[in-house]
Design a protein around this ligand. Structure first.
Ligand SMILES: Cc1ncc(COP(=O)(O)O)c(C=O)c1O
Length: 414
């Protein structure tokens, strides 16, 4: 590696300048230059250490450099790194089988199938195309919710609600309507036999970690079934254990026992390697896309699939779904118990949480947290998102809670 990047040891300021001169400015200036990670910790180019409470935006569920993940990926890369989708690989098949086991509590219904992509937006793009195939042209409408974030490619962007993301790229694929969040009456009024799909996030992550209100998903299932529309759940951020169940819709108070037609996964699926998956539940949805109608060079790549298998294995072996529930509860209760005047409450589920603020100073709070050695994310002007690795220890959670009053004081200072 030192031959390939001979000058790896450079101060952060040098890297930041080189970043600005080499990378397109789509993300703004990077906050730090990170060079190493271990468990829930990361280190920057100047040697400072941070507790990573964002995990690459809900991705690194096993933390950084997890030995099982490292050895699974290394072994796979040393055996068979990539094949085209003209061929199958055992890891790809095995991962699809594992996803079919965990996507619903009792396993996926007969006939269910998986399509692998490389990211959340790509998997949503596949879901969009699948929805277009439903009804053979007789169902031109697709319903989504206000506040929705489904990705940045053109189809996924058409499903995304935020004007600032959409407007510069008009015209987007048509037929998508955004309905008021959590409003069953509005959904009932909009639903019809010309609707191909209703696309929902069980917990809207980018909108500030907003779980769907109890009863909404059950009503959505009833209405979509009545009108023959597909119910597509975007669990890209909320799935793969992030909320303490394999899928957020498995929580009774969110999902109400609902079985969707399509579940979309990415982010935490392979613990940090790029992957996305579209899981079509039942034979009807699973056969909407036929040979030649969709494809990808890298999707289902053996290395990413091996990472997915290793991630699922460690979560099961180490009881990490329970850890997510326990640690999430500890964070939630500990932060609420501070009684800090800037904290309006904590919302979310498991380890997908937002500290709600009484004033729109999330940006300043996140900066104060970084200065104090914590990586968090100002997901909305008044919401600071926490999406830590599942291996976060109780001691690390308590460390944050102890340091939070000073961080909030600094971030909230007028
Ligand atoms: C719910 C949801 N869907 C889709 C995406 C897009 O995923 P990606 O960034 O991997 O393209 C995201 C990313 O934040 C997401 O949160």
């Amino acid at each position: 590696m030192t031959d390939i990047v001979p000058e790896q040891q450079q101060p952060a300021a040098v890297w930041a300048e080189r970043y600005g001169n080499a990378l397109m400015n789509t993300f703004g200036a990077p906050q730090r230059v990170l060079v190493r990670g271990e468990g829930a910790w990361v280190w920057d180019a100047d040697g400072a250490r941070y507790l990573d409470l964002l995990a690459g935006i809900a991705v690194n569920t096993l933390g950084h450099a997890h030995p099982t993940l490292v050895s699974a990926v290394s072994a796979q890369l040393g055996t068979l790194g990539h094949v085209s989708n003209f061929f199958a690989s055992p890891t790809q098949v095995h991962l699809a089988e594992r996803l079919l086991e965990i996507v619903e509590p009792g396993g996926a219904p007969a006939g269910s199938r998986v399509f692998f992509a490389n990211s959340g937006t790509e998997a949503m793009e596949a879901a969009f195309k699948l929805a277009r195939r439903h009804g053979e042209g007789t169902r031109p409408r697709i319903l989504a919710l206000e506040g929705a974030f489904h990705g940045r490619t053109m189809g996924a962007l058409a499903l995304t609600h935020k004007a600032a993301y959409r407007d510069p790229f008009a015209p987007l694929p048509g037929g998508v309507e955004h309905l008021p969040f959590g409003h069953v009456d509005a959904l009932a009024a909009a639903m019809g036999d010309d609707v191909a799909a209703l696309v929902l996030e069980p917990v809207q992550g980018e909108a500030g970690v907003r779980p769907l209100p109890p009863g909404y998903l059950a009503a959505a299932r009833e209405l979509t079934s009545r009108h023959g529309a597909l119910l597509v759940l975007d669990e890209v951020q909320s799935g793969m254990g992030r909320t303490g169940r394999w899928m957020a819709h498995h929580h009774e108070h969110i999902g109400g026992g609902v079985v969707p037609d399509v579940v979309v996964l990415a982010k935490g699926l392979a613990g940090g390697l790029p992957i996305g998956a579209l899981v079509a539940l039942g034979e009807g949805p699973a056969t909407l896309l036929g040979p030649g109608q969709h494809g990808t060079t890298f999707g289902g790549n053996p290395v990413a699939a091996a990472a997915g298998l290793a991630t699922i294995h460690v979560i099961e072996r180490d009881g990490l779904l329970d850890a997510v529930v326990e640690r999430g509860q500890e964070l939630r209760e500990g932060i609420a118990a501070l009684g800090h005047p800037l904290v309006a409450g904590v919302r979310g589920e498991g380890m997908l949480l937002a500290v709600m603020l009484t004033r729109p100073v999330a940006q300043q709070v996140a900066q104060a947290a970084l200065a104090a050695g914590y990586i968090v994310n100002p997901v909305a002007p008044d919401a600071v998102r926490l999406a830590p690795p599942f291996i976060l220890s109780s001691e690390q959670a308590r460390g944050l809670i102890a340091d939070l009053p000073a961080i909030l004081d600094a971030g909230g200072a007028e």
